[in-house]
Write a protein that binds this ligand. Structure first.
Ligand SMILES: [Zn+2]
Length: 501
């Protein structure tokens, strides 16, 4: 994510939840076997599948599955902001351990009354042995799931969407993305998902925090159908590629090997789109914002081309950028938001936050969606790289603006700190950004100067190639780096990092 302005307080209900839940312990580096296995055939349609009129079959237990599969039938009343959902998760156990329970993250349960389970079946057996405590849904398994086994969960639940908070002073609250405004409904982290399991340690579900992101994701395949039960026919911005839907008032989207599936829905969206190579880029924006909406599209296309060349291929068939009706930018799989405020400030040139953040959020498709990390404990692995990717975008597309970018980005810089700071130790929103984003970008600039452009970019490409579809740690980052250089980095490590790698 990136938000320019400071945050000082949170809405009280959210605070209470933070204090009631407990934080997971830090995890040690260990690639999960799921992500190292070669993909096998999937019952879900692919992003490039030929359109058919047949809904996807409900997956059955298939131990050969490379990753979890989510088939979600969302029935949304756009007018009343209520939804009922039927969701099937097919979960292969690649942990190497016998699992006696499952842990799912349920972000809509942060809002009191926002999430209600109607039924849960595991292997067609009704299950009531679970606890739902804040965001954590722990389901005890009647039969342990052995290594290599596969479970199918079918759940039905209701969502009541919260109204996105409209505070008098938007600088003083954490921006709320999930929910609805007068002109937009955003479904982000809106369905229960099984969190990653780390062998020897357990399930990874960290506390939410006042700033930064706390969720960690396994890659999964998604097949999501949204049906509008009130007859509304809005525009639907989505992770994933659209395939023919089962009914006239439905829309259906598929995403392969994504981290998280997002929707933004509006009856007043305008859309611009362009296909570059085999990727179609969409830009959704509100009326009267055609110029910044077009700039968001073009910047995304330019950044997509720069990063594909510098880091490696973009893994999805679509990339959707959306004007968020809130004060924030935020990344999801094949999808991102840019704040309405940057649309308002757009001045028709590349020297503004609309272009900076479009380049930043596009980079998250490499550093977050493809190469994932533990966003709570090692947020620098995606945020420092995405901030530095802004610099790579400008030097490639607007080379005369690189020095402007450094100065503009550091305008509010307060104090340096260690790059490898968890969100919980950030010391406030602005100091957190300064440590993780901006000092992180400074580190990468110094590293690049030390080892040279050729080695630096060969390293980034190799790091991306080795960890695409997996979750990397700081130790992984430096292991790959040291495969590319024998340079003495001791002074840089001491200056920028609290931990030794
Ligand atoms: Zn970011």
């Amino acid at each position: 994510m990136f938000q320019h302005t400071a945050i000082r307080i949170l809405r009280p209900a959210f605070l209470l939840i933070f204090f009631l839940s407990s934080c997971s312990s830090p995890a040690t580096p260990s690639p999960i076997p799921t992500e190292t296995e070669p993909p096998t055939s999937s019952p879900l349609p692919t992003e490039t599948a030929l359109p058919t009129d047949t809904p996807a079959p409900v997956p059955t237990a298939a131990p050969a599955l490379a990753r979890p599969q989510y088939v979600i039938d969302l029935r949304l009343n756009y007018s009343t902001h209520a939804a009922s959902v039927t969701q099937t998760i097919t979960y292969p156990n690649w942990s190497g351990e016998t699992l006696n329970d499952l842990v799912l993250a349920v972000q809509p349960n942060f809002w009191q009354g926002g999430f209600a389970v109607r039924s849960l079946l595991i292997e067609n057996q009704p299950v009531s042995t679970y606890t739902l405590d804040g965001q954590k849904w722990t389901i005890s398994l009647l039969q342990p799931l052995p290594p290599g086994g596969t479970l199918t969960l079918v759940m039905e639940y209701d969502l009541i969407l919260p109204r996105m908070q409209a505070y008098a002073n938007p600088d003083e609250v954490r921006p709320q993305i999930y929910g609805y405004s007068d002109r937009q409904t955003n479904l982000v982290d809106w369905y229960p998902f099984i969190v990653p399991y780390k062998p020897g340690e357990g399930w990874i579900l960290h506390n939410a925090w006042f700033y930064g992101e706390h969720l960690v994701y396994d890659p999964a395949d998604f097949d999501v159908t949204v049906t509008f039960t009130d007859g509304t026919t809005p525009q639907v911005a989505s992770s994933g590629a659209e395939v023919p839907a089962p009914t006239a008032n439905s829309r259906r989207f598929v995403l392969e090997a994504g981290r998280t599936f997002a929707f933004s829905i509006s009856t007043v969206f305008k859309v611009a789109q362009q296909t570059v190579g085999n990727v179609t880029v969409f830009s959704y924006f509100f009326a009267f914002y055609d110029a910044p909406g077009e700039a968001m599209l073009q910047t995304t296309i330019e950044a997509l081309q720069v990063y594909s060349q510098r880091f490696g291929p973009y893994p999805h068939k679509t990339l959707t950028a959306v004007q968020g009706d809130f004060n924030d930018g935020m990344e999801f799989s094949a999808f991102y938001f840019i704040s309405r405020d940057y649309f308002n400030l757009y001045d028709g040139t590349p020297k503004n936050y609309l272009v900076i953040i479009a380049a930043h959020e596009t980079a998250h498709q490499w550093w977050f969606d493809s190469v994932a990390d533990d966003q709570a404990l090692e947020p620098w692995l995606d945020e420092a790289l995405c901030t530095y990717s802004e610099r790579i975008y400008y030097e490639s597309v607007h080379p005369d603006m690189v020095s402007w970018w450094w100065g503009y980005r550091y305008f509010e810089f307060e104090e340096p700190g260690f790059v490898d700071t968890p969100i919980y130790d950030g010391g406030g929103q602005r100091p957190y950004w300064d440590k993780v984003y901006l000092t992180g970008a400074r580190f990468l600039e110094e590293l690049r100067a030390r080892i040279g452009d050729e080695t630096f970019f060969a390293f980034l490409k190799d790091y991306y190639t080795q960890y695409a579809g997996k979750r990397a740690t700081g130790a992984d980052f430096f292991r790959v780096l040291r495969e590319h250089t024998a340079a003495d980095l001791t002074d840089l490590m001491t200056k920028y990092f609290k931990n030794t790698y």
